[in-house]
Ligand binder design. Structure first.
Ligand code: AMP
Length: 397
């Protein structure tokens, strides 16, 4: 039987109780002041060739099926985070991975985790902050485990409970989910984590920012004591450290962070004298700016919807994603964007978290982000997988 996971793109159920972050409220979020100079930086492309991987995928003691699937995916050499993390995890260590977005961290945990699940009685839980990221992880897992008989469940809000309950009854070895929905299943008694002996927490800093600390602690406390734990985070502050220290055993820290911002993104500002000038300036940029695929960020569900409609009326192939749309609608918009049926996607921060679309050339911050941390995250959507990206931030003089 193939690696089994469900595709939720046709699911019409939308769970109204699902997590809505504060930043999506209608009046707009409270913003940190960020000096415009922090939005300007020349790209310093990471020369992938210049990193000499210590290992090849063939060196890793993992199942041949995984190696073949990696070849089929076109993965020739391990990325730095993979090169450093995989041997440690294979040797049984707990690992904290500090890595920017787009560095290949998903496969860094997917490869040893899937190998353990294929070779032994391993039950693994992967927790991610958003539905989109959980789905991306699921998709990476599916291709790396293709042809195995592993079964999986993906537990995310906005998707059918019925399907998730059915998948859980199959006793899946892999469970991927967001904290809120995982907690729902724990409370219902439909998920028993006591046999889970492998856990990955992805984007820990994001989950803490989103207020998931209690859910994460609850989830971690239900797992088997004797387990392997991997934590991935773009930043390592006191909160992240505290959580990890209480739930892991002598973890090894692997860091491949190169700076505050994604090094392969050219960053610049677009000055306007008044907010009323923004739309025409954006129009000009979209026409003249060599922009082939762009994510435009704005503050609220309402402003995103308004901007998207305006761009559509001006003839741009545009759609929007925000927390006010159902999961199915968000998936449809993302799919069209990925397939190049659209080249402009207008988004709120939360909806765009974790999105990995390799050919996004530009990120435009139509409104300034709430915090510098959000800025770093936004611009990380461009310049993925070693490609040069561009980030433009509108600033009112
Ligand atoms: P991630 O940071 O896991 O979201 O991965 C970023 C992008 O890099 C994704 O499009 C992956 O498919 C790609 N990727 C990950 N590992 C490798 C590798 N070893 N070789 C080539 N591409 C990779």
């Amino acid at each position: 039987m193939p690696y089994k996971t469900k595709n939720f793109s046709n699911n019409r159920n939308f769970n109204k109780r699902s997590f809505r972050p504060k930043s999506n409220n209608r009046r707009g979020p409270k913003k940190d002041y960020i000096h415009p100079s922090k939005f300007i930086k020349q790209a310093k492309p990471i020369a992938h060739e210049s990193y000499e991987a210590q290992y090849s995928f063939d060196d890793f003691e993992v199942n041949d099926l995984i190696k073949q699937n990696l070849k089929n995916k076109g993965y020739q050499t391990p990325s730095p985070i993979q090169d450093k993390t995989i041997p440690l995890v294979l040797s049984g260590r707990d690992v904290i991975g500090i890595a920017n977005t787009g560095t290949g961290k998903t496969a860094a945990f997917a490869i040893p985790l899937l190998n353990a699940a294929m070779m032994s009685d391993t039950f693994a839980l992967v927790v991610a902050p958003t539905r989109e990221l959980a789905q991306q992880i699921d998709s990476e897992f599916r291709t790396i485990a293709r042809g195995s008989n592993l079964s999986a469940a993906i537990l995310i809000g906005g998707s059918s409970m019925g399907v998730q309950l059915r998948d859980l009854r199959n006793n899946p070895q892999i469970v991927i989910g967001t904290p809120g929905r995982i907690k729902d299943h724990l409370e219902r008694g439909s998920l028993d984590l006591s046999k889970f002996n492998f856990v990955v927490l992805d984007e820990v800093d994001r989950m803490l920012d989103m207020g998931f600390i209690n859910d994460m602690q609850l989830i971690l406390s239900k797992l088997k004591d004797d387990r392997r734990s991997l934590f991935f985070s773009a930043t390592m502050d006191e909160r992240v450290k505290k959580l990890i220290e209480s739930f892991s055993v002598e973890p090894v820290t692997v860091s491949i962070k190169t700076g505050d911002t994604s090094d392969n993104v050219h960053q610049d500002v677009v000055y306007v004298n008044h907010t009323s000038e923004k739309i025409d300036k954006l129009h000009t940029l979209l026409v003249d700016g060599n922009i082939s695929k762009v994510i435009i960020f704005d503050d609220t569900q309402r402003s995103v919807e308004k901007l998207s409609n305006e761009l559509i009326s001006r003839g741009f192939k545009t759609d929007s994603i925000h927390g006010g749309k159902s999961q199915a609608q968000r998936q449809r918009s993302l799919h069209k964007f990925k397939q190049n049926e659209l080249n402009v996607l207008v988004a709120t921060d939360v909806a765009a978290r974790g999105i990995d679309i390799s050919d996004v050339t530009h990120v435009i911050n139509y409104s300034t982000p709430n915090s510098y941390d959000d800025y770093v995250h936004r611009i990380g959507r461009a310049g993925r997988a070693g490609k040069i990206g561009y980030a433009l931030t509108f600033v009112t003089r």
